[in-house]
Ligand binder design. Sequence first.
Ligand code: HEM
Length: 495
Amino acid sequence: MGQLFVALATGLIVTSIWLLVRNARTLTEKIITKLLVVLHPIKDAQNTGIPGPNWKPFDGQTLEKFLDGKARTEEWQRCYGPIYRIWSGTTPEIVITRPEDIRSFHSDSAAHNKARSSNAGWMFHQLLGECMGLINGPRWTALRNEFGPTYAHSAVVEKASILSVEAREYVDHLDPQRRPGFRLRAADAVSRFPFFCTATSIYGPLSSQEKDQLWSVAQQNLAIMGKYVLLGGIYRSGRLSRWLSPASVRELGAFQAAWEEFNVRMFRTRREKRKLVPIVELWRHVEEGLVTKDEALHTLSEILFANLDVATGTLSWLVIFLALDESVQKQLREELGGRPAEESCTKKDDLLAYCFMETLRLRPFTAFSIPESSPNDKILGGFQIPANTSVVVSALHVNYNKGFWGQDSDQFRPGRFSAVKALDLRYNLFSFGFGTRKCLGQRFGEVMLKLFVIHLLGRYDISLTPAARADLDKVGRDNWVPIPEADVFFTERKA
Ligand code: HEM
């Protein structure tokens, strides 16, 4: 009896403490939100404040936005409507969902600024803070001019036949044991292809030793992203990271040293052989002070490492959607059979192009676009948004909007694009971004991924495992981009 009493009393005390802590936490969150709202008032004509979730310690909604993007899109939309505010750290971000607000916000897009380090804190800044996608003004223009010619439409068309050979070789060696049928996780099957194609576009052909070194630096970068940046908290602050997690700062330093060493070596070896590849020109400009070392290294990180996730995610989903639908595979083979791959990969109005667009629509690499601000006051959704306030687009909301895409907006139906005018897509589809800061690698990415599919379907029938069919939306959680977990069966086609 005595023991029972002690157990009950202990249970009661523990529950009370837990409730007290929880309530205190909720109360603290409410008070801090109230203070932040006073500091950043956003109201409509009736003086009603913009709705949105409470601030959460210590990152606000930053991590949920990436790691739980799909669930949060639905929840926030349901609770707060077509325009609302979330917090990135203690910085407000206005989420817009309607095409008219997206158009209005981007009407002065050339003057927009990206938020410093995407409002994501110190550790993130050390990896990407000075990259092209996150800097502004003349520094952005200089960097965009530096890389622009490599990824311009004409340059990509010229590279298409080389990319096609690379795609064919990659697909031919998908299974090192050359079995007639095998099963692989889609992301593992595809990831090295876009990565090394993109690397070759910067460094020229790489030896197998250089490839191994680059892959290993990429893993260092991705580990820091997964282990520290995506945890947020203390890693938002340099001082706290150094004090409470010196190992993370050492790991960061090791990556930074290895990344610089790799690029300097690429520059020297290519320059000695008089190879006209972009790294030679870029590093020369670093030495001449036209571009800073961090701008160059962070942009290379953006193009290679951040994009490893983006391109792997997009290509994996494309392969998975095609594996789901045998009839689309059949139609694609008929379409592709009669013409050279280099021609098919640049077309905009055929089934392959529609499959690519439909994949970007259903699986944008991020549920919420990268924050940016206008230097002008804006009225969005009836609210007065002060100049320089960060605004993000709810990409999933836009891409699944039944009002524009129809009742089956959550289904893979590539043919829907044949009935949509390009102009109407402008603010009804989030694919490569809006306005002036659109993706640098749009054409390159599109051609590269399509060539992969062309050669893949030429060699294999693809289908999904029953487990993958049952849980198609399962994604890894160690990544800021939703990378699918699904396995795909590859069956060699008879010649
Ligand atoms: C299918 C693959 C890809 C997708 C879906 C994609 C998507 C995007 C999107 C949506 C943005 C704009 C983000 C924003 O709102 O700020 C962007 C920017 C960017 N992308 Fe891509 N991208 C892809 C492939 C690539 C490739 C292969 C490269 C390499 C050249 C690349 C380099 C960049 C750069 C440097 C920016 C920043 C541009 C700037 O701010 O001027 N992307 N990408």
